[in-house]
Design a protein around this ligand. Structure first.
Ligand SMILES: [Zn+2]
Ligand SMILES: [Zn+2]
Length: 135
């Protein structure tokens, strides 16, 4: 079971897993939304994903042209997971919110063309200039 929560603990989520993909997204939107150099993301099946607590959505135009939806706790503001309309079958869990962050084993880095030099992970990842589906 993959479980996680926000900083204040009011919002939680769970998924039976498994992680279907694991990557770090370095697009500018993820940088601005998180205040970091990239967002570590673990994709799980949406049908078996469950969340509870005071969760709200921030909706912006994503790089795919479809709305990017980021779900956060209204009490503490922690980003928890994404529900991208470009990939409606998936929930993208932000790995820092996991109860056990070591469950996250990143394999790919997306949008490395937008990654600042200080945000490169020490581990070896398959790098994509943008999204792997868009080349
Ligand atoms: Zn919270
Ligand atoms: Zn991104």
């Amino acid at each position: 079971m993959i479980t996680g929560r926000c900083l204040c603990g009011a919002a939680q989520y769970r998924s039976p897993g498994p992680a279907l993909f694991s990557c770090v997204c370095h697009c500018r939107d993820c940088q601005r939304a998180s205040g970091t150099g990239g967002v570590p993301v673990l994709g799980v099946d949406k049908t078996s994903f469950a969340s509870s607590g005071p969760i709200r959505q921030s909706i912006t135009q994503g790089g795919s042209g479809q709305p990017a939806i980021r779900n956060f706790c209204t009490q503490c503001g922690s980003l928890l997971f994404g529900t991208p309309q470009s990939a409606p079958g998936f929930v993208t869990i932000y790995a820092g919110s996991l109860d056990d962050p070591t469950l996250f084993e990143p394999r790919e880095a997306l949008f490395v063309g937008q990654r600042p030099p200080w945000a490169r992970l020490a581990m070896q990842l398959v790098e994509h200039a943008a999204h792997p589906d868009s080349g």
